[in-house]
Design a protein around this ligand. Structure first.
Ligand code: SF4
Ligand code: SF4
Length: 332
């Protein structure tokens, strides 16, 4: 007789299903949702795909809940007579707005009319859902003081769309209460936020850390925390053009010095190539130079190791290999 699975087995099964769903390509641009983060290093590592943010099954399930809650709020705005579009794939999709080279954002929706305080004005829409504690703080302090990073994102959206008002709609998950707030456009702040993002995106070298104290709030919540002190290399799964010493994020796109004048697509960048050389800011080993074929030379535990197609491939090096593969064993 087959044993009846325990309740916890069913929960694990659900999260396993989420874990098995295909992962999306990492965000190709520096997204407006990150720009309000105070740590430039955090932004740079994310833009360089140097830290894998592999959400667990539970987190992916919660992201799905967020999408459903947003759809619920959109539906209720429409019931209240507000004309809104560009909210989700069924609705034309969120509109991507270019803010600067490599910097972009996607408002949660575009409201054409119907907001009671200004019925004829267009607004960008922003949706969020909160625990009772966070919701109460949001109501008490407003978006600017309670959720500065969200406020920065909204400023970017207004700047990029040319729409000068935003409507934030927040849902309390504990009691179903709704809170709405209109936010005004602040052109100076918007330009500063976007300018900082563009500057970080174009940096060749890693920006300084916000703090050396891992207990600081931003660091505790940061996916780069294990890597940040500079004592360990990136993970093998992070090998892509963006973590390669040969690449430059120019104003016109990503350029590899090995394939000049070819603007690489995000898919090509994720794939990389055997000539990948680890960016010196993403490993704890000193870079001693490079050879005439463009391979990097690192000193690892007192030994010079050639990294690249003519030496140890980057993924192999990150997995602990120190000797080049035999020709028959090469993956290309
Ligand atoms: S751990 Fe802290 S200092 Fe390091 S990247 Fe993250 S936020 Fe910045
Ligand atoms: S050498 Fe290869 S991995 Fe490096 S940037 Fe060029 S194409 Fe990408």
């Amino acid at each position: 007789m087959t044993a009846v699975p325990k309740p916890e087995d069913t929960a694990a099964l659900i999260d396993r299903w989420w874990e098995q769903q295909e992962e999306e390509l990492p965000c190709p641009h520096l997204d407006a949702s990150l720009l309000g983060h105070p740590c430039g290093r955090r932004l740079w590592l994310s833009f360089r795909w140097a830290v894998l943010e592999r959400p667990s099954g539970r987190i992916r399930r919660l992201a799905d809940r967020d999408r459903r809650e947003t759809a619920f709020m959109v539906e209720n705005l429409r019931r209240a007579g507000i004309e809104i579009h560009s909210t989700c794939p069924d609705d034309g999709g969120r509109r991507r707005v270019e803010l600067a080279p490599h910097v972009a954002g996607s408002p949660d929706g575009i409201i054409e009319s119907g907001v009671p305080e200004a019925p004829k004005s267009r607004h960008v829409a922003e949706f969020s859902a909160h625990s009772l504690e966070a919701f109460t703080e949001l109501k008490r302090k407003g978006v600017f003081d309670a959720q500065r990073r969200r406020w920065c994102q909204i400023q970017c959206w207004m700047h990029g769309t040319g729409i000068r008002r935003a409507l934030c709609v927040a849902l309390c998950r504990d009691n179903g209460e709704l809170y709405t707030e209109r936010v005004e456009y602040h052109p100076v702040a918007a330009k500063d936020i976007i300018g900082r993002g563009a500057e970080i995106a174009l940096k060749e070298r890693i920006p300084p850390a916000l703090s050396t104290d891992p207990s600081r709030t931003q660091c505790r919540q940061c996916p780069a925390r294990p890597f940040c002190p500079g004592t360990r290399p990136i993970e093998p799964g992070c090998v892509s053009c963006r973590t390669c010493a040969h690449v430059t994020p120019g104003k016109d796109g990503w350029q590899c010095e090995n394939i000049p004048l070819h603007a690489m697509t995000p898919e090509e960048q994720r794939e990389g190539c055997p000539r990948h050389v680890l960016h010196p800011d993403l490993v704890p080993w000193p870079l001693m130079g490079s050879d005439e074929d463009g391979n990097g030379i690192y000193e690892i535990d007192g030994v010079r190791v050639v990294n690249g197609k003519g030496g140890v491939l980057s993924r192999d090096l990150l997995k602990g290999r120190r000797e080049p593969r035999q020709e028959a064993d090469l993956p290309f």
